[in-house]
Design a protein around this ligand. Structure first.
Ligand SMILES: NC(=O)c1ccc[n+]([C@@H]2O[C@H](COP(=O)([O-])OP(=O)(O)OC[C@H]3O[C@@H](n4cnc5c(N)ncnc54)[C@H](OP(=O)(O)O)[C@@H]3O)[C@@H](O)[C@H]2O)c1
Length: 281
């Protein structure tokens, strides 16, 4: 029987953050690791440790298909895939350009779709495989300022929920990773777009409060270690969990939102953001 130690893994979005951590951890455990992303230079350390590096842009179906075909040609199989590429583009719903929204969907939602559709024919014929999707606490809560990003992660929740049912009888598991605020390169990208977005004066207080809330959250947030450990567990455990909520905020916020109801939960956030905006901090 095929043994876990020789399993072949594709990590999409391996050039930094969670993906880089998972790729390194699985290499250490003896897995055959393919690390994919757009920035090849950022995956050289992984290559030096034995990873095969693939240039892959998830917005380009041909580059996704070529990467998967290369793995199948070399290994004859693909056991686990991390559909982990994603980015945030923060700003008010009215102000983020729909072109930018489309780009975000192209990476966060359709990018996952391209990866999933490229690997499934192989996993189906193997009758074995794990698809591990990085969603977010933002799959369940959406505070003012991150609406478009949260909507992409809400969409992934629906995709993963249906996909899990569709492929379970084929021996394929679907696992969802839901981190909260974690220190990676994610926050600088997301907050950069917030700063570059022009907002009408009417939103300035909300934007300032949101920015301060997020900056403080990321500054206090944990490093990627626990999320990486959960992602490794998702591939290595005999029976992985369906969903891993990897940080304190990811565990508590969806629960609080249900407990308090949306009006109170988001009302508390708005009052908090207002006071942060007025505090000058
Ligand atoms: N950090 C957080 O607070 C947090 C919380 C919840 C969920 N998440 C999710 O976690 C996932 C990983 O993010 P991270 O925190 O590790 O951030 P990160 O350090 O910015 O890493 C993002 C990764 O995604 C890749 N990527 C972005 N666009 C891509 C594209 N078009 N094609 C291929 N790869 C692409 C990047 O590689 P290249 O730029 O080299 O292509 C990079 O390797 C994302 O889906 C994010 O939404 C993060």
């Amino acid at each position: 029987m095929h043994s876990a130690r020789t399993d072949t893994v594709l990590v999409v979005g391996a050039s930094s953050g969670f993906g880089a951590g998972v790729a390194a951890a699985l290499l250490e455990r003896g897995y055959t690791v393919y690390a994919a992303g757009r920035r090849l230079d950022r995956m050289q350390t992984l290559a030096a440790r034995g990873a095969q590096v693939l240039r892959m842009d998830v917005t380009d179906a041909a580059s996704v298909a070529a990467g998967v075909e290369r793995i199948i040609a070399a290994q004859g199989r693909l056991d686990h895939v991390y559909a982990n590429a994603g980015y945030g583009s923060y700003g008010m719903i009215e102000s983020v350009s729909l072109e930018e929204v489309r780009r975000q969907y192209d990476v966060n939602v359709f990018g996952v779709g391209r990866v999933v559709q490229a690997v499934l024919p192989h996993m189906r014929s193997q009758r074995r495989g794990r698809i591990i999707i990085t969603a977010s606490v933002a799959s369940h809560v959406a505070i003012a300022g991150m609406g478009w990003y949260a909507s992409t992660k809400h969409a992934l929740d629906g995709v993963a929920t249906a996909l899990r049912q569709e492929v379970a009888h084929l021996g394929i598991d679907v696992v969802v990773i839901e981190p909260g605020m974690v220190q990676t390169e994610f926050d600088s990208v997301a907050l950069d777009t917030l700063k570059r977005t022009d907002h009408p004066e009417a939103y300035h207080r909300l934007v300032t409060g949101f920015r301060r809330f997020m900056e403080a959250g990321y500054a206090r947030g944990p490093g990627p270690e626990r999320t990486v450990a959960a992602m490794v567990h998702a591939a290595t455990a005999r029976r992985p969990r369906r969903v891993y909520r990897t940080t304190m905020d990811a565990r508590t916020l969806p629960w609080l939102r249900t407990l308090l109801g949306g009006r109170l939960f988001y009302g508390i956030y708005l009052a908090w953001a207002r006071s942060l905006a007025e505090s000058g901090r």
